[in-house]
Write a protein that binds this ligand. Sequence first.
Ligand code: UFG
Length: 342
Amino acid sequence: MLGPSTVLVTGGAGFIGSHTAVELLDHGHEVVIVDDYSNSSPGAVERIAKVAGRPPAAAYEADLLDRRALTEVFDNHSFDAVVHFAAKKAVGESVRLPVEYYDINVGGTTALLRAMREHEVHRLVFSSSCSIYGDTTKVPLTEGDPARPTNPYATTKWLCERILTDVCRYVPELSVLALRYFNPVGAHPSGLLGEVPNGVPNNVMPYLAQVADGRLDRLQVFGDDYPTPDGTGVRDYVHVMDVAEGHRMALEHLDDKPGMSVFNIGTGRGTSVLELVSAFSHAAGTPIPYEITGRRPGDVAELIADATAVARAWGWTTSRDLAAMVEDAWRFQQMNPAGYPN
Ligand code: UFG
């Protein structure tokens, strides 16, 4: 088990990154954040310090593709490991801006690998995604199931996994854990940390939260003609606090074996869009207006995790249910209707 460490968290001001930063600080690790604030803000770093009771060792505003800035970060600290979240993550946007997605997600990862190599940092936890399984009818999905990405976002994550596997083959001192998370949602139970996308949310949960508090008119449900029980898309929503714990455990298990390993991070339970709307309405105590529209390009019917491998490897399991996910997301929305103060 890796003991107290100094950890670079890329994208540490983002949704999963900020919750993971708190989890690492709570467990005695030092955290250095690099974020370009393209879909986050420095306000998140202040909240991390408030929730954890101590600040990250440093927070840099930098783009991973800025080689000089990244080198300076690595020069200033002696990292034991890196947790790499910084990436773009919206399926719909990736269909419109594929080149940007390849540049930032794949180019950002290789830039990071280069800096790690130059500074002899050999441990990495990588944010992968269930979306790499793509157009599949298999339920639930295990790590051995084939990747069939259906949109540029998913393809960038799959390419990063391929690159990491290949680099691990030729750099034997490297240890990489890629976590394929299903759909992280929810917020810190304090209501101080949550998901704050810039602009109109792309993902269903922050969108629902803004409809519930009247900032947006209604949710558009993307398709009700999928082969699922109510026709709407089914996903394995997983509480961001469980996901953050998964990252902290991954970090501490990086030395278990060298090379590349991949784990699903999900609950094993599926929820349709309409079931999510109903759960959120219940938590918010108000009906949530919605309309059925056409399918979103690149979407698939159903993605549910088989997360038994990670339970076997490190004993990680989820402990928060859908009710906790929507209650925590709603508390955060009510306490921070306009996101973090600037
Ligand atoms: N959906 C709607 N209306 C919306 C947004 C989404 O009906 O306004 C539906 C989608 O069609 C899908 C489900 O809600 O069936 C979930 O969509 P999200 O956009 O919230 O999430 P995705 O399943 O597309 O997953 C993507 C990435 C994941 C990532 C997740 C959250 O593939 O890697 O976003 O960031 F974890």
